[in-house]
Design a protein around this ligand. Structure first.
Ligand code: AMP
Ligand code: ZN
Length: 476
């Protein structure tokens, strides 16, 4: 019999089916996740794809795949330009500020940095090249004012991802053409390059001074860092149309190859059953939430639902997440305590049998994850393991037995990116003592030790400042 969990299934938006995952190159995964437009602090809706796809990546790595994970920042956009004008600063100042803030939030949520985080503004040459190819191949045209449009009817497969009927799409937009408001050949055509407006950032191009459209960015960054064909392309479900549909049209028309094999989309994080969004104003930033909750509670909450199910944010569900996380943490700290006090080292036969039983929880966990990353069921398997630990771990058990259970819980938590072991926070008195030790070392001209203490403290998030009034410290 085949062991559970050695075939990964992914729901593919393109085929509307769960499919077995077969990578282009054995043992390797090329994955692109559309990142945020950076003009504000990210909200917890934006954090959903970050957490979900970070977990997908962690699981794949756990299975032995080498994952090349690319996620962009859209750092040129109308909203960024508007915010810059409001503040009277350059657009780049806004985008740099919010990229830095976004990275802080990601770190707090234990979302690992991508292999590459490309920035749209650094990839303009590649965009001009792809737009040039599309024009050459008859897939794009230049309007009188220098705007470049993609010619949708040159790509017969348009609509294949969103399963939209082209006639319906056309009908909705025809009125624009009739009114003469549009310079497009067809209402469905979309912008690849647009002319600059006064005071906006721009780049020179063969068509006009201007800037790229949003969709071309991702086609180009994906090609540059992952190649013409990739395994997984992902993002929130609002991106299916038009963003991802347009990315497919651009990439496949330009490269002549299938762009992405598997398209994964997370459902929305809602509030009062409505999509959380910046424009609707019904949002909480990650920063707001972290004022009240441990970041791991937010991560746990996100993973407590399957990524394709809508998830409604509520204080009750956050409370449930906090309790769930606490159950795991309590089991972990009990195990630590018992390990320290264990009398026997070696496993006995009864314990060996119990550990075999405990392995079933890891198998269950894997089976849930292999079934289109069902983190809700995977977390249930972790709870079963916790229950098993609570029943079977005791002061009489051997150290090896307790250690094996601890490692199993920690391994599963780690795949979810949940930090369940808290590093002991440095107490103020510990800090003061170390500072006193550093002062003493300096007096004795033992500068090596003094520097070492400074570094140690910094690693634990404590910054020392030598001032005229003495040494000051702050948490950073
Ligand atoms: P944006 O900055 O709006 O382009 O969004 C960045 C990412 O967050 C995209 O993958 C969006 O689909 C996703 N996203 C935005 N709002 C939500 C939400 N309420 N729930 C889940 N995902 C969202
Ligand atoms: Zn994108």
């Amino acid at each position: 019999m085949r062991r559970m969990g050695d075939r990964m299934k992914i729901y593919n938006t393109l085929t509307k089916k769960k499919e077995e995952f077969v990578p282009i190159e054995p043992g390797k995964v090329r994955m692109y996740v559309c990142g945020p437009t950076v003009y504000n602090l990210i909200h917890i809706g934006n954090a959903r794809p970050m957490i979900v796809f970070d977990t997908v990546r962690r699981y794949m790595e756990h299975k032995g795949y080498v994952v090349n994970y690319v996620s962009n920042f859209t750092d040129v956009d109308d909203k960024i330009i508007k915010k810059a004008a409001e503040e009277g600063v350059k657009a780049s100042e806004i985008s740099e500020r919010y990229i830095a803030e976004c990275k802080k939030d990601m770190q707090a949520l234990n979302v690992r940095p991508a292999t590459t985080h490309p920035l749209a503004t650094r990839e303009i040459a590649g965009m001009e090249e792809m737009i040039g190819t599309l024009i050459e191949k008859g897939h794009a045209y230049v309007a009188a004012d220098g705007t470049v449009y993609f010619r949708v009817n040159s790509f017969p497969e348009y609509g294949k991802l969103s399963h939209k009927n082209l006639d319906e799409l056309e009908g909705g937009k025809r009125s624009l053409l009739v009114s003469g408001m549009d310079q497009k050949e067809d209402p469905l055509d979309f912008v690849l390059w647009k002319p600059k407006k006064e005071g906006e950032p721009f780049w020179e191009s063969p068509w006009c001074d201007g800037r790229p459209g949003w969709h071309i960015e991702c086609s180009v960054m994906s090609k540059r860092y992952l190649g013409d064909e990739i395994d997984i392309h992902a993002g929130g479900e609002d991106l299916i149309f038009p963003h991802h549909e347009n990315e497919i049209a651009q990439s496949e028309a330009a490269n002549g190859k299938t762009f992405a094999r598997y398209w994964m989309h997370n459902a929305f994080l809602n509030i009062d059953n409505r999509k959380m969004s910046k424009s609707a104003g019904n949002f909480f930033t990650v920063r707001d939430i972290l004022q009240k909750y441990d970041p791991m509670v937010l991560r746990f909450f996100m993973l407590s639902a399957h990524y394709r199910s809508p998830l409604n944010f509520s204080a009750e569900l956050m409370e449930a997440a906090a309790n769930g996380l606490d159950r795991i943490r309590t089991a972990v700290s009990n195990l630590h305590f018992m390990i320290q006090n264990a009398k026997e080292n070696e496993l006995n036969d009864a314990e060996k049998a119990l550990l075999d039983q405990a392995k079933e929880f890891s198998e269950k966990f894997d089976a849930a994850m292999e079934d289109d990353f069902n983190t809700a069921d995977a977390i249930s398997a972790v709870f079963e393991l916790v229950k098993f630990v609570n029943t079977n771990a005791s002061a009489e058990r051997s150290r090896a037995f307790l250690q094996a259970l601890l490692e199993e819980i920690l391994a599963l938590s780690d795949i979810c990116g949940l930090i369940v072991e808290k590093e002991e926070a440095l107490l103020d008195t510990d800090i003061e003592n170390l500072i006193a030790e550093r002062q003493a070392a300096r007096k004795e001209k033992n500068f090596a030790r003094a520097d070492e203490i400074r570094r140690e403290l910094l690693e634990k998030g404590i910054l020392l400042e030598d001032t005229r009034e003495g040494v000051k410290w702050k948490r950073v």
